[in-house]
Design a protein around this ligand. Structure first.
Ligand code: ZN
Length: 363
């Protein structure tokens, strides 16, 4: 091995790089490459968990090329002076930094691939890193607040703490509010106005309107939302951990860490709960008598919960669940021994009362 910081021909590596930047002659590049071939194995040992040797070698050559191209003499001289470093070693520092970045990128991307994918909660349908006690209480947070609310016939943007100005979006109509809550605000942009803060508490200090209770409160925080009546403060049925385990014994509460090559050699006993369930209860074998089985399928469970939560009538529930799993009016009429006409009417009724309920919830 040649002397530290010196190429085999006796020139310092840094000088050689500067020379090559001028000449672009292969003869000036080869000594640099030969010098750094000495460090190849050392770097490969650092990276061998993430790259195969061939990829590593190609990348290493490429990084060296890049480093030689981008080495900036003026900047290097300034840095050397500032920190009292030997200028001869400056290219080496530059290349070392590039290689170190490479190593940490390789490491973190490998970690990302192995990271746990989120799991879907069968009760609320949301994806979470892990289903735990905390999650199962299904409390709303300020991120669940409706974006707009209605007061005195006008639509306002929801704020969590008082400010100097409030944003008002013009006169309320049910349709307009529905579209806006869904994110279609563009068509109403002309009506948007900033106005002096209009909401005051009894003691004349500024407050915000709670979009759930319509009352004026000092501020809306996660704690405030938790303290509300359960009609307002949950987005799904709250559940105790013990109930959850009893009802969903096969649901994984946290996914396994799979490495990249895992898909090829999955063993049957380690299969994800979701796959297991859809294998057990495929759509074909279900009819209205075993709707309960559907409920164990993540995909339907969320809809079923919503239906049970909001719909009281037993027949309405049955019809809605069949609609949710993809039954046609004919199928439903057959399964429930009803007239097709009646099924249609019933569905229309349910839909109307849902729209009614939705707008009541949003107001
Ligand atoms: Zn949940």
């Amino acid at each position: 091995m040649s002397k530290l910081h010196y190429c085999i021909d006796g020139t310092s590596v840094t000088d050689k790089v500067l020379r090559y930047q001028q000449t672009k002659e292969n003869d000036d590049y080869v000594p640099i490459k030969l010098y750094y071939d000495n460090f190849r194995d050392w770097w490969y040992r650092k990276l061998q968990d993430y790259l195969d040797r061939e990829t590593f070698d190609a990348d290493y050559d490429f990084k060296l090329c890049k480093a030689v191209d981008t080495f900036d003499e003026d900047q290097a001289r300034a840095v050397a002076e500032k920190y009292g470093l030997n200028f001869l070693g400056m290219f080496n520092r530059w290349f070392y930094r590039i290689l170190s970045n490479w190593r940490s990128n390789a490491k973190s991307s490998a970690f990302r691939v192995k990271n746990r994918p989120p799991v879907q909660c069968p009760v609320c349908g949301r994806f979470v890193p892990r289903i735990n006690d905390e999650h199962l209480s299904h409390y709303k947070t300020i991120s669940d607040l409706p974006r707009f609310f209605v007061r005195d016939g006008m639509i306002y943007k929801t704020e969590t703490s008082p400010s100097t100005f409030a944003t008002v979006w013009g006169k309320y109509t049910r349709k307009k509010l529905q579209l806006m809550q869904r994110g279609d605000t563009k068509i109403y942009l002309d009506e948007r106005k900033k106005i002096r803060w209009p909401f005051f508490q009894k003691d004349r200090s500024r407050g915000v309107v709670c979009p759930f209770t319509k009352k004026i409160v000092p501020a809306i925080t996660n704690e405030y939302i938790r303290g509300l009546h359960k009609r307002h403060n949950r987005y799904a049925v709250p559940m105790r951990w013990s109930e959850f385990q009893e009802e969903h014994p096969v649901i994984l509460i946290q996914s396994e860490i799979y490495s990249v090559d895992r898909a090829d050699n999955r063993s049957d006993d380690a299969i994800m709960a979701k796959d297991y369930i859809s294998k057990e209860y495929s759509t074909d074998e279900a009819d209205h008598t075993n709707l309960d089985k559907f409920a164990k399928n993540c995909r339907f469970e969320h809809s079923f919960n919503m239906i049970d939560y909001y719909v009281e009538d037993e027949l309405d529930r049955k019809i809605l669940k069949l609609v949710a799993v993809g039954y046609t009016v004919e199928d439903i009429a057959d399964s429930l021994e009803m007239e097709k006409k009646d099924v249609r009417l019933q569905i229309r009724d349910i839909r109307d009362s849902c729209i009614e309920m939705e707008s009541r919830l949003l107001e």
